[in-house]
Design a binder for this molecule. Structure first.
Ligand code: F0G
Length: 463
């Protein structure tokens, strides 16, 4: 791999600095803006750009495909096999990989039918090594931490970033500190950070409060910050955009639908598509739409506000991964919506629960935060923003086992409050009833089991 060939550019004031000149909080000292990683081929990435500087598109496609059959760990990684477009590490020996990426793109025929589309696809980022899309970003930024000789790394998290960081830090032999909001993350995720050996701190605050404490800490000690304000995270998280195109034989889809929390993932995917377009790998760019939970909807409020003002909210949703009221990367995500012509929608707790059950019933499954994509798609179709024949890809960000308590509560009918249930319309009520599969307890007697099976068959024959 070549030496690092990138700079960082402030997304607010445009100031450009070298990668190693960035401060410990990854914010511009002049305007507090976040940075983007830029390369000679980035749009406005270099004043001296000429087409001779651009990597060759056809050669890249061939090379990326070829690497899939290699036995080298970096080639087997679905992030690093695209390393030509993320030259961020000086010494390739420092790359830390768990063979992330290369996730499946599934067809979702029943969900497509339910929403009135000809077809629908889901890119399942929950099929990564620690069960979420965070692995693609973590392999990138943690490799930079190792490359820059840090001994400690840290993040504040709603659970998935911390699980990913703990795993990659363990692989690299780095020490790590995790800050999570006490009692507000799913158990599966908490167990992962302990399993991988992180110093796990549950703070008596919410995610936004955890970020405040962490920001203070990294200015006082040489600890490498691995939250998504770290722009190298986004370099890894842009690679699913490349994979989607490869998996569609370079036919560009019309819409990409992403859940929105801290708003880095939507920004990263947008960056990936824009860079591919710049390199001539694709001739047009899909729309990227972002879906938030009603109880954690600052970007949605910004989107519908005439004056386009971002106001943080006090966040609350059962989709704990996206329980974020003051998203760090909101400006980047807003730029992606504006540049690519997508939308922002919000969905209720009932809508998330139904969408999650429908994705589960496809034999796919996902965590609640990922299900907002399908719930939001229903709204975009109803509003005429997504047409029947258009090709849409949902980004499923987390594995269903991340939050099994949510799933169990749903199927037992214990998830939603009576007030929430009362708001469900008749058609959706019927859908919930058909989807709910509460477990039953029986005597260990074949006749009893057969009898129960017969009545189950009768009850479900019309579904
Ligand atoms: N989906 C899942 C499963 C997540 O874990 C997150 C974020 C998102 C969606 C939203 O992505 O923040 O880039 O807009 N989880 C972070 C964490 C905040 O700490 O694990 P985003």
């Amino acid at each position: 791999m070549k030496a690092a060939t990138h700079n960082l550019r402030c997304t607010e004031c445009g100031a450009v600095i070298t990668g190693d000149a960035v401060n410990s909080i990854f914010r511009c000292p002049d305007c507090n803006g976040l940075y983007d990683v830029i390369y000679p081929w980035s749009p406005n990435g270099s004043t001296a750009i000429s087409n001779d500087n651009l990597p060759n598109a056809s050669a890249l496609r061939w090379l990326w495909q070829e690497r899939r059959t290699s036995t080298l760990p970096v080639d087997q990684s679905g992030v690093w096999r695209f390393r030509d477009l993320l030259p961020i590490v000086e010494d390739p020996e420092n790359i830390v990989t768990l063979r992330e990426g290369n996730t499946p793109l599934y067809e979702m025929p029943r969900c497509a039918k339910a929403v009135g589309l000809d077809w629908l696809l889901a890119k399942h980022q929950g099929m990564n090594p620690t069960g979420s899309f965070k692995d693609t970003g973590m392999t990138a930024a943690l490799s930079v931490a190792a490359d820059r000789k840090f001994e400690w790394v840290a993040c504040a998290s709603t659970g998935n970033t911390s699980a990913a960081m703990a795993a990659y830090a363990a692989r690299a032999g780095l020490r790590c500190i995790v800050f999570i909001p006490e009692g507000k993350i799913a158990w599966g995720k908490l167990s992962q950070s302990m399993d991988y050996g992180a110093f796990t701190v549950q703070l008596k605050t919410d995610f936004d409060g955890c970020v405040r404490i962490l920001t203070d800490l990294v200015t006082r000690f040489p600890i490498y910050l691995l939250n998504s304000v770290n722009p190298y995270r986004l370099e890894g998280q842009k690679t699913p955009a490349f994979e989607i195109l490869e998996q569609l034989d370079w036919q560009v889809p019309d819409h990409i639908i992403v859940p929105g929390g801290n708003l880095a993932n939507s920004s990263a995917l947008g960056k990936g598509f824009i860079e591919m377009h710049r390199l001539g790998l694709i001739q047009r760019i899909p729309k990227v739409s972002i879906i938030q939970a009603e109880g954690a909807n600052p970007l949605y409020r910004w989107f519908i506000d005439e004056n386009r003002v971002m106001r943080p909210v006090k966040a609350d949703t059962r989709a704990t991964a996206i329980r974020i009221g003051n998203p760090a990367s909101w400006r980047k995500a807003a730029n992606v919506i504006d540049a690519l012509g997508g939308w922002c929608e919000q969905v209720s707790e009932q809508e998330i629960a139904l969408a999650k059950a429908q994705i589960g019933a496809e034999g796919i499954g996902c965590e609640p935060a990922s299900a907002v994509t399908f719930a939001g798609l229903k709204k975009l179709v109803a509003l005429g923003k997504v047409q029947r024949e258009e090709r849409t890809v949902l980004i499923l960000t987390g594995h269903t086992l991340k939050d099994s308590q949510y799933t169990i509560d749903y199927h037992r009918g214990e998830l939603l409050t009576e007030a929430e249930k009362a708001q469900i319309g008749e058609a959706d009520q019927a859908r919930h009833e058909a989807l709910r599969k509460p477990p039953i307890v029986l005597e260990a007697d074949s006749d009893v089991v057969l009898h129960a099976l017969e009545s189950h068959m009768k009850m479900t024959q019309h579904v």
